[in-house]
Design a protein around this ligand. Structure first.
Ligand code: NAP
Length: 240
């Protein structure tokens, strides 16, 4: 498979694992990140060592104009990604009674607006190509909710709704849109959580690895997943 995959938030964690897996599958990678320059360079080096191209696209997905200024010149020049993985995200937890407007807005801006800001730039060009895959990375929190994560759960549930609607809009142009909802995956985002207690609640009795999520993204970007669209697939060790 040859083509370009745009992966947001791919300097670390799940995004970096998805970028490496898709490069292994034959994609050249557009690697977005916000601030971790040395980590992004390392992922780029790994991808180039594996024989694929990797362009670093540094911008904040919460900033519409920044996304446009980086992506519009690329797609206008005829470079159109086959796959877009909207993965960039972060948490800022608080109980709603104490949640500040900034904590609410910043989490919605990155996790939900980021999907809009990035997808808007490339979708018209993907529609013209009449093929493509969009994967939005949500969370188990979108489906079951989690105390202290009202902002994050709302943003991720919004992504699930947006995915179902967009899948209907793009199906006739052969663009398949799905959600991956991870549970507890071993990345920096888990810092500060009481993992010993949390693991007791996971039916499989362990956290997942970024590579577990990356293999699902790899499958959803492959020809093997050609009849799957509008779905939210949870990968969480059996959490309900
Ligand atoms: P992570 O290790 O903290 O990595 C987050 C990545 O997103 C980094 O590459 C970071 O780039 C980038 N990023 C954050 N804000 C950004 C922004 N505004 N613009 C561009 N890039 C941005 O997190 P992760 O665990 O891999 O999470 C990846 C996705 O999975 C997120 O959407 C998260 O909500 C979701 N998820 C994770 C888990 C889990 O247990 N790990 C569970 C459910 C859902 P910089 O370092 O350059 O800032």
């Amino acid at each position: 498979m040859n083509g370009i995959a745009l992966v947001t938030g791919a300097s670390r964690g799940i995004g970096a694992a998805i970028a490496r897996a898709l490069a292994r599958d034959g994609f050249d990678i557009w690697l977005n990140y916000r601030s971790s320059d040395s980590e992004a360079e390392k992922v780029k080096k790994d991808i180039e060592t594996s024989g694929r191209e990797c362009a670093l696209l540094k911008f904040d997905v919460a900033d519409y104009e920044a996304a446009k200024s980086v992506l519009a010149p690329l797609v206008s020049a005829g470079k159109v990604p086959y796959a877009v993985i909207n993965n960039a995200g972060f948490r800022k937890d608080n109980l709603l009674v104490w949640l500040s407007t900034e904590e609410w807005k910043s989490v919605i801006n990155v996790n939900l607006d980021g999907f809009f800001n990035v997808t808007k730039q490339v979708l018209p060009f993907m529609l013209n190509k009449r093929r493509g895959r969009i994967i939005n990375i949500a969370s188990t929190a979108a489906h079951s909710g989690m105390a202290g994560l009202v902002n994050y759960s709302a943003a991720k549930a919004g992504l699930v709704g947006a995915t179902r609607a967009l899948a209907l809009e793009t199906a006739k142009r052969n663009i398949l849109v799905n959600v991956i909802s991870p549970g507890f995956i071993e990345t920096d985002i888990l810092d500060g959580l009481p993992m010993a207690e949390i693991i007791k609640t996971i039916p499989l009795g362990k956290t997942g690895k970024p590579e577990d999520v990356a293999e699902l993204a790899s499958f959803l970007c492959s020809d093997k997943a050609a009849y799957i669209t509008g779905q939210a697939i949870q990968i969480n060790g059996g959490l309900c």
